[in-house]
Design a protein around this ligand. Structure first.
Ligand code: AMP
Ligand code: ZN
Length: 140
């Protein structure tokens, strides 16, 4: 499986950097975004290192899509947000800051600012609690 040594998401996948993990399957890992734009902001990443949608295989993208559906349902069940943004950036010009293919899931409430990037790092115990709440809502 291809990995990139200086990639933070590859380090998280390998267990070499910390994260608040929700779940995983053969091709994907799910953990809380460290700089969340909303409560429950979750990332679905490929276990293999692909820089973006152009490098990723159709199989990896399909796996991220299937996992994103499971996480979306769990977020809806747990937080009952007014809306949910599902978002994926390719290239710095598109707002990508971590160059390892991943999908954002961001619960949204009516009237809240529609930002894509958080500025405040969340506390690890808060993220661990949210990860457990999402994991407990996974139904399929
Ligand atoms: P993007 O800007 O679309 O490439 O998304 C990268 C996301 O990764 C941002 O929302 C960051 O807050 C998040 N992020 C960066 N480093 C970490 C980390 N160590 N653990 C969890 N999330 C991270
Ligand atoms: Zn990587």
């Amino acid at each position: 499986m291809h990995r990139k040594d200086d990639c933070i998401f590859c380090k998280i996948v390998a267990g070499e950097a910390p994260s608040a993990q929700v779940t995983e399957d053969e091709r994907t890992l799910v953990f809380m975004d460290l700089f969340p734009v909303s409560e429950g902001h979750t990332l679905v990443v490929t276990k293999e290192h692909f820089e973006n949608v152009f490098e990723a295989t159709p199989e990896a993208i399909a796996a991220v899509g299937a996992m994103s559906k499971r996480i979306a349902d769990a977020l809806k069940a747990e937080w009952e947000p007014d809306g949910l943004s599902v978002y994926q950036a390719n290239g710095a010009a598109a707002g990508q800051t971590v160059f390892h293919y991943h999908m954002h899931l961001m619960p949204r409430d009516a009237g809240s600012a529609l930002t894509l990037q958080g500025r405040t790092q969340a506390a690890s115990d808060v993220l661990a609690d949210q990860a457990a709440r999402i994991a407990a809502r996974l139904v399929h």
